[in-house]
Design a protein around this ligand. Sequence first.
Ligand SMILES: *Cc1c(COP(=O)(O)O)cnc(C)c1O
Length: 220
Amino acid sequence: MAFENIRHNVAKILEEIPESVELVAAAKTRTPEEIQEAIAAGVGTIGENYVQEAARAFGIIGRDVKWHFIGHLQKNKVKKAVEVFDLIETVDSASIAEEIDKRSRAINKIMPVLIEVNSGREPQKHGVFPEDVRKLVEAVAVLPNIKIKGLMTMGPFSGNPEDARPYFVETRKTFGRIKALGLCNVEMDTLSMGMTNSYHVAIEEGANVIRVGTKIFGER
Ligand SMILES: *Cc1c(COP(=O)(O)O)cnc(C)c1O
């Protein structure tokens, strides 16, 4: 997409959303130049699905922005991931959390993470079912080099944003229940929900992080 359009798209989204909501530019398949254009227009956080792609963009852009990992994390990529990312949004098993903890300890870092919720209970999707979130949170909370900051969900894809609402509601309720437990080492201040076609609904339902790709950069 032409650079002027990226600027225009970002400006429009930033105008629409409350200041308390963090816009993450979901950058998969985009060039570092496109990402830099979004940053120039006011994006403060880049979301990356692939560690390798992220490391390349990070090498060019650096720490002027925050970097969120929003893809599915493989164990052999954790070492690199904990070096690059400010937040890993997609923790969905105790074993990946243990690896993140171990690799973070090696570089003296406390890694902020979100737990990914499979709110649509879709077999092909990553994330834990809402009823299993508490158990995973309790297992991850004991790891000294991880800090749980909240929850992330995708929800089932649909052309109609209203279809996403029940999944966002359920994730927000799960978020509230975990927060109310007041667990040690669990902060619960971040709720990442909503993409290009659903971020308005997500914000209405309590998201304070939205992840937008297509509406910033155009169709992939
Ligand atoms: C690609 C992606 C997005 C953004 O999707 P769009 O529909 O292009 O806005 C958000 N979250 C995750 C996890 C993604 O992989």
